[in-house]
Write a protein that binds this ligand. Structure first.
Ligand SMILES: Nc1nc2c(c(=O)[nH]1)N[C@H]1C(S)=C(S)[C@@H](COP(=O)(O)OP(=O)(O)OC[C@H]3O[C@@H](n4cnc5c(=O)[nH]c(N)nc54)[C@H](O)[C@@H]3O)O[C@H]1N2
Ligand SMILES: Nc1nc2c(c(=O)[nH]1)N[C@H]1C(S)=C(S)[C@@H](COP(=O)(O)OP(=O)(O)OC[C@H]3O[C@@H](n4cnc5c(=O)[nH]c(N)nc54)[C@H](O)[C@@H]3O)O[C@H]1N2
Ligand code: SF4
Ligand SMILES: [Mo]
Length: 724
């Protein structure tokens, strides 16, 4: 039975005057639940959204994106039929024709250039079932090593750091409900108020309980409004800032020595290193006053409970893993983890940012956080898949590096599911020229994205309203998304499309599922015994218990809301690891030609590359990007508020409307990344990758801002071509 038929009765729907679709927001990692009420009494249905009060995560709240999230799914812009590009324009074709074309292409490319000539680009927006299936599809149906996904740009640095320090990577180590128990909360590089708005009340409750909030961000944001202390760090300088805090923690002895002794390795080295830190130097390189660093360290150090949260501001750097590691050093040194109101968390981003990174979309990974390099891990998965271990390919390269492989002509064909890489990658000029070099590009999407526009074949897939499946929220809680709407036009469920393509390639026997739940049942077995163990989680349990936290190794296991109880970590010896972290610096230095640091990020009403929010009038109130700049800096350049300016990096330039803000550092500018084409800030960003996580440096590059009249400097143009 298909997902659709399971949740929905055609006749019942057709005869009803009203219909209630139980659903949840497709956007951020909070995954707020809601009811979509459909009034069918008139010829054209009318819709109303109500939050679900009984949802323990959102507690009955929705942010504006959630309230209007059904609009793009019901919009006239939905892709309804497969489309093949003929003479530069798209022609609607039948599925049969689309599949025939596609299978011929895949077979011929792989015959000529080998299996690895095909590549797959996935997404943290996908359900666990789809993420798992996409990993299997690449390795079993396409037999290629080239698969990676947009989550590479998301939490990969935090994942790397957590794995190194704690032996496991799960978004938050504690449930949201414990935030109110924290006496001190550090929010580093996270703008919760705009990015996970329904999470804010958890922090407000902590504050009402007397808790202190420290925000670390180069800008004032809606989130920093709740801060008791705001450290306006220079972009890219978090590791150094934490070193300053560690110095105070050690000198004034807020160290939890017994915890360090029993549960942590590397303590002596870290303590010795911290003592050598020069606070004056830290002040100079981070731009944060020494007195503020001392105050922050005292508040956190003296608190009996505390939580540290990081997000992309800290993580999206070429030194992202080290940045996060230092925040975890801080947590471990003070022993504030594994107890009520004590923990660390990377605030995951996409709807399934957490689950999407556990089950095999990452090129070096198999389901359950298994390693593709580990023989035992490969064997386990091979058994579940019913194939020979040797036939599972090894690891390929990270998301951005796949485009370099296209330019090297090693990758010839690409299938994209649930992402818009020509807008979201750094240095998009290179990415676009790579796309142009492909023999063929296939995009499975629900809307016409900028990447879909470049495709040779577009396949119409499914949204959250139509496709059932599980999502793992920021807490590591696996929840079930129901879906009761019929697909529009000829669109199909994403997972069915993957199974059908596999069938065409002669691999149908490995992809004979009848529902998402069947895929989940296989995922349970595949993840069993792995770090992200879902073996004990069933659709039934999720419904009954309103979500189950992994790891959950058996059906009798209650799940794990709080990790590391009693100081038990996931490394073999049960200990966590601290290590000295050298100060990190942005890879591209500012200089006379490019004197300002550009950092990028998000605003409340738009989501990611904007494909899903720019088409909804209620969410498109900010209809163009802007350049946030301090008025003092602006006046030196001669810029006027709300007028246009030119911004230029070594990789590209664009024109943006200026927005004055006294809340941003004077040496720094901020631009949101939700727009495409000439409005895309990723034309300028730096594709410098973290050596460990392969995360690009989205949050810091050197730029010059000028008035439109100012002449282009010679250096700018000459250097422009360097990275293209
Ligand atoms: N409205 C909205 N919500 C979203 C999304 C969206 O697109 N729109 N996307 C979702 C996804 S996928 C993600 S990953 C999350 C992202 O959520 P966040 O990481 O919270 O969002 P960002 O705006 O990218 O960055 C957060 C903050 O980091 C600051 N920052 C920049 N550079 C630095 C630095 O060097 N150090 C420090 N400490 N801070 C810095 C920025 O000023 C910004 O305020 O949001 C999710 N929610
Ligand atoms: N400069 C800069 N760049 C950034 C960032 C930044 O902070 N600054 N952040 C990075 C981060 S954290 C992220 S996560 C990426 C996001 O980057 P992308 O993944 O490229 O952005 P989205 O807009 O989420 O693209 C999702 C696409 O998939 C489609 N889609 C969504 N869900 C589904 C589904 O279930 N099925 C199908 N078939 N299609 C679906 C949508 O319609 C849309 O076209 O951007 C990264 N890029
Ligand atoms: S965008 Fe995030 S916070 Fe807002 S309704 Fe959706 S899931 Fe909830
Ligand atoms: Mo993200």
């Amino acid at each position: 039975m298909s997902d659709f038929l399971k949740g929905f009765r055609e006749r019942e729907y057709q005869q009803s005057k009203e219909y209630l679709h139980e659903t949840q927001c497709p956007f951020c990692s909070m995954q707020c639940k809601m009811n979509l009420y459909e009034d069918r009494s008139k010829q054209k249905s009318r819709y109303k959204v109500t939050p679900l009060k009984s949802d323990p995560v959102s507690e009955g709240r929705l942010c504006p994106k959630g309230i209007f999230s059904y609009k793009h799914a019901l919009s006239s812009g939905r892709l309804r039929t497969p489309m093949l590009k003929v003479d530069d324009s798209f022609v609607p074709v039948s599925w049969e024709k689309a599949y025939h074309w596609l299978s011929q292409k895949i077979i011929s490319v792989q015959e000529q250039y080998g299996k690895n000539a095909m590549s797959v680009y996935g997404s943290g927006a996908l359900t666990n079932e789809k993420a798992y299936l996409l990993g299997k599809f690449s390795r079993v149906a396409l037999e290629t090593k080239y698969i990676d996904y947009n989550g590479r740009f998301c939490m990969s640095s935090a994942a790397g750091a957590s794995n190194q320090a704690l032996g496991v990577d799960r978004g938050l180590t504690n449930p949201l409900s414990e935030i109110e128990d924290a006496e001190c909360i550090v929010l580093a590089g996270t703008n919760v108020a705009e990015c996970q708005p329904t999470m804010m009340p958890y922090f407000r409750r902590a504050k009402a309980n007397g808790g202190k909030i420290i925000v670390i961000d180069p800008r004032e944001t809606l989130t920093s409004k709740i801060a008791d202390l705001h450290l306006k760090v220079k972009p890219g300088m978090d590791a150094a800032l934490v070193n300053g805090m560690l110095k105070v923690i050690v000198d004034e002895d807020y160290v939890n020595h017994s915890f360090m002794q029993v549960s942590v390795e590397g303590g002596a080295e870290l303590l010795a290193f911290a003592r050598t830190i020069d606070l004056n130097e830290v002040e100079r390189i981070t731009g944060v006053a020494k007195s503020q660093i001392i105050e922050a360290a005292r508040i956190y150090g003296r608190a009996t409970t505390g939580m540290v949260f990081t997000a992309r501001g800290v993580e999206q750097h070429a030194g992202g893993v080290n940045n996060v590691r230092n925040f975890i050093n801080l947590v471990l040194l003070t022993g504030k983890i594994g107890k009520q109101g004590c923990g660390y968390g990377t605030i995951t981003g996409q709807g399934n940012g957490q689950g999407g990174r556990e089950h095999g979309q990452k090129t070096d990974q198999l389901a359950g956080y298994r390693s593709i390099d580990n023989a035992e891990h490969r064997n386990h998965i091979a058994k579940v898949w019913g194939i020979d271990e040797a036939s599972i390919p090894g690891k390929g390269v990270s998301a951005y590096e796949m485009f370099e492989k296209i330019l090297e002509r090693e990758i010839r064909g690409m299938i994209v599911l649930g992402s818009n890489p020509v807008v979201s990658n750094p240095n998009t000029n290179l990415v676009k020229s790579a796309m142009g070099k492909l023999d063929f590009l296939v995009v499975i999407d629900t809307l016409m994205s900028e990447t879909a526009e470049l495709a040779d074949l577009i396949l119409p897939g499914s949204t959250h309203l139509e496709e059932e499946g599980t999502m793992t929220n920021l807490e590591g809680r696996v929840i079930l998304r129901k879906a009761t709407r019929k697909l529009p036009g000829e669109a199909r469920l994403d997972w069915q499309i993957l199974c059908e393509i596999s069938e065409l390639l002669g691999k149908g026997q490995f992809f004979s599922y009848q529902s998402s739940e069947e895929i989940f049942e296989e995922l349970r077995r595949a993840s069993q015994g792995g770090i992200a163990d879902y073996a004990g989680i069933t659709y039934g349990r999720i419904e009954e218990e309103k979500g189950v936290y992994w790891p959950c190794p058996s059906e009798s296991h209650p799940g794990t809301p709080r990790m590391f109880e009693g100081g038990n970590f996931y490394h073999e010896n049960g200990k966590a690891r601290v290590t000295p972290i050298a100060n990190q610096f942005p890879k591209e230095k500012t200089d006379e030609a490019f004197p300002l640091t550009l950092t990028t990020g998000r605003i409340l009403h738009h989501y990611q590359t904007g494909v899903q929010t720019r088409i909804t009038a209620e969410l498109n109130k900010t209809s163009e990007p802007f350049l946030e700049i301090h008025p003092v800096t602006a006046s030196k350049i001669g810029l006027v508020d709300k007028e246009k300016a030119r911004i230029c990096s070594r990789r590209g330039e664009m024109i943006l409307r200026v927005k004055f803000s006294k809340g941003i550092r004077e040496d720094c500018v901020f631009v949101p990344f939700h727009w495409e084409g000439k409005q895309s800030i990723n034309q300028l960003t730096l594709p410098e990758l973290d050596p460990q996580s392969r995360m690009p440096e989205f949050k810091a590059c050197a730029v010059r801002v000028t008035t439109l009249e100012a002449e282009k400097e010679v250096l700018g143009t000459a250097e422009l071509v360097k990275h293209v």
